[in-house]
Design a protein around this ligand. Structure first.
Ligand SMILES: Nc1ncnc2c1ncn2[C@@H]1O[C@H](COP(=O)(O)OP(=O)(O)O)[C@@H](O)[C@H]1O
Ligand SMILES: [Mg+2]
Length: 227
């Protein structure tokens, strides 16, 4: 795919925190960021999974913008695409997805060679790599656990963009292995019972839910966060 067509890809999400630092929505991302920084006082929170009950709730948008505001606070931040079924980070940042997490898990390449610096200072990204037939198996592997430890030692914050909780077990795997979980719910479409079901599933695997982001489909201003 050419650079131009990648840039226009419909799966690319908007990096409002970078483009519009003064918008209320960016303030809200910063607010979530401060909550994470402060919740790190009692318990070290370095790796955070961003998930939601269903597809298209705004997980990738939230993960990317959260990673940007953390980077803008001077924190060495890595955004990792662990949505191995519908990856999108490579579209958002307009990079190749030939080498990424999946190749590193299977040890086809060194992890470092798959990490890409972005135009945003302090923000690196690790794209998903080619879509594998067995995403859950890869995420549950010893190799992935080693990679997660390695990334936590290299970065101050590692943000994992994950698939939806009610669709697949991958987010549960990631939640169990990470320090915290941010759950996105969509004000326009997430039903209360779906949100509660997703929360329960994450709690069952001892996921440390840091908070919930209410992402509005139409007006992005109405996104907020509570503990
Ligand atoms: N707050 C928002 N305001 C406007 N559009 C949004 C907002 N959040 C997400 N979107 C758009 O909705 C679509 C799905 O968002 P995405 O973050 O990719 O969801 P998910 O990762 O949960 O599938 C994308 O096209 C994205 O640009
Ligand atoms: Mg996504």
């Amino acid at each position: 795919m050419s650079r131009k067509s990648r840039a226009k890809h419909k799966k690319a999400v908007k990096l409002v925190a970078y483009s519009f630092p003064k918008l209320p929505v960016t303030e809200q991302y910063r607010f979530i960021c401060y909550n994470i920084l402060f919740s790190s006082v009692d318990r070290e929170i370095k790796s955070i999974v961003v998930t939601s009950p269903e597809p298209s709730d705004g997980k990738s948008t939230t993960a990317a913008n959260l990673a940007i505001v953390l980077a803008q606070q001077g924190k060495a931040t890595l955004l990792v695409d662990t949505d191995l079924r519908k990856p999108s980070i490579h579209y958002t940042f307009n990079i190749s997805n030939m080498n990424g997490l999946t190749n590193a898990i299977t040890r086809a390449i060194y992890l470092d060679t798959a990490i890409v610096k972005t135009f945003i200072p302090n923000l690196d990204i690790l794209p998903s790599g080619p879509i594998p037939p067995n995403p859950s198996e890869l995420l549950n592997s010893k190799s992935m656990a080693t990679i997660m430890d390695d990334l936590k030692s290299k970065y101050e914050y590692v943000i994992f963009d994950a698939p939806p909780v009610l669709a697949v077990s991958d987010p549960q795997i990631m939640a169990a292995k990470s320090d915290g979980v941010v759950m996105v719910v969509n004000s326009g479409k997430t039903r209360k019972d779906s949100a509660l079901k997703a929360k329960k599933i994450l709690e069952n695997v001892k996921g440390n839910i840091l908070g919930v982001v209410l992402n509005g489909e139409k007006t992005s201003e109405n996104m907020y966060y509570y503990q």
